[in-house]
Design a protein around this ligand. Structure first.
Ligand code: NAD
Length: 249
């Protein structure tokens, strides 16, 4: 059965071909949602949306820029009249150690992961409140819970931990209006964010730390996003859901 029939969903950072955002967009579309893919490059966003079938939308949006966010969400509200689901998926990471983090590194990583989540959420909240219905899903990370790993820097851990705090605070504030806000904490998932950047030795070390002994797939994260974005999770809010093959056991 289609879990998102007639729903309108916005997913940020979803143009990346092997990314969690596009896998989520694909699954949402398969479940009957109309999806907007927002990403930095307009052409890439449109191409990605075209792979989902007809009626889906690709738009340029830099989540760190308030004007860009307003323009994209205004255009969608005008087109659709409503937004039911927001997935704050856009994110960047940098493999730095604590003393290597300069002011610009800190700004860049905090801006995309944390500021972007705030700006996009603020763009949909008034509409969701008015409709007395809405679902926001934020991509955090196991890095927030265990202080990073081989790949994410401490500033990435801080940003993703910030996303958890923002998730819980928004969930508390918006619960009376039936707007649910949850976070997903993926463990190590094979996407472009890590592609080509890991040696075989790093890979073996990572797999050894995962009870299931393998990285996750983008589709396995998408399944969790579908659960949180659909009514089968109707009493779930303010939660962080681990999708990590047992990495925190
Ligand atoms: P990815 O690099 O494949 O995709 C990220 C997308 O975000 C890209 O398409 C990029 O263009 C876009 N983006 C970057 N800056 C942006 C901005 N300012 N505005 C709009 N879009 C922007 O990454 P992914 O692995 O698919 O990760 C998706 C999310 O999941 C990220 O938030 C990431 O931190 C998180 N995550 C990933 C993993 C993993 O192992 N892959 C683990 C935990 C969390």
């Amino acid at each position: 059965t289609a879990l998102l029939d007639g729903q309108f969903a916005v997913i940020t950072g979803a143009a990346s071909k092997r990314g969690l955002g596009l896998a989520t967009a694909r699954l949402f579309a398969r479940h009957g949602a109309t999806v907007a893919i927002l990403d930095l490059d307009e052409g890439a966003a449109k191409d990605a949306a075209a792979t989902l079938g007809e009626n889906h939308v690709g738009l340029a949006c830099n989540v760190t820029d308030l004007d860009s966010v307003k323009a994209a969400f205004d255009a969608l509200i005008q087109r659709w009249g409503r937004i039911d689901i927001l997935v704050n998926n856009a994110g960047i990471t940098q493999p730095l150690k604590i003393m290597e983090i300069g002011p610009k590194n800190y700004d860049d990583v905090l801006d995309v992961n944390l500021r972007g989540t705030l700006y996009c959420s603020q763009a949909v909240i008034p509409h969701m409140r008015e409709n007395k219905s809405g679902k926001i899903v934020n991509m955090s990370s196991v890095s927030a819970q265990r202080g990073g790993g081989i790949f994410g820097g401490p500033h990435y851990s801080a940003a993703k931990a910030g996303v958890l705090g923002l998730t819980k605070a928004m969930a508390r504030e918006l619960a009376p209006d039936n707007v649910r806000v949850n976070a997903i904490c993926p463990g190590f998932i094979a996407t472009d964010i890590t592609a080509g950047k890991l040696t075989d030795e790093m890979r073996a070390t990572i797999n050894a730390g995962i009870p299931m002994g393998r990285p996750g797939t983008a589709d396995e994260v998408a399944g969790c996003a579908l659960f949180l974005a659909s009514d089968i999770s109707s009493y779930v809010t303010g939660s962080e859901v681990d999708v990590n093959g047992g990495s925190l056991i």
